[in-house]
Design a protein around this ligand. Sequence first.
Ligand code: IMP
Length: 203
Amino acid sequence: MADEKRTVVVATGNAGKLAEIRHALEGFDFEFLSAADLGAAPLEVAETGESFTDNAYLKAAAYRKKFGMAALADDSGLVVDALGGRPGVRSSRYASENATDLDNTRKLLEELDGFGSEMRAARFQCAIVLLDEAGDATWACGTCEGQIGFVPKGSGGFGYDPVFMPDEKSGYSMAELTLAEKNAISHRGKALAVLREQLLSKD
Ligand code: IMP
């Protein structure tokens, strides 16, 4: 691979996400930087798309335009079958525009009150879009299947982790896993692995 690194701005203010992206895409000739690394504030991009892929694309396009370089963005959320796919693209704003993680999980548990385990199937989904310098897109999706629990459990992670019981770690909530355990089965980890394959097949 080339010595000269191609700079890619990553549309996130979350240092953990940036580290995960750097780790998953190690070995490519990319240098992943945040807006802060480039001396700027993160952009406020309206997530008006109808799918995670739409929103990831909107964010990547806004960052590519603003910084004049390749850009990578992801979008993710929780999809609950019994709620017709909600909260979906509204996952971070489910209870209200300024909802906290606690507000959102509380609303989810209220909506599913009275639903038995056979009605609690859900999945985290993640879409990642990389736009190169010319605007050509490489994109990938990842899914983590599970169930919504009856009570919050664990203190790790963020968002809906305390009420999401991944099928691949039966009996545990996502918030009870170590970061390494979560990354190994998470929707974002899987999307990054697929993106890595896509990029390798383009080399
Ligand atoms: P974003 O794509 O990282 O902005 O995530 C949107 C929202 O989806 C978050 O605010 C969370 O509510 C939810 N979400 C996404 N990924 C996860 C996860 O790994 N655990 C828990 N909640 C998540």
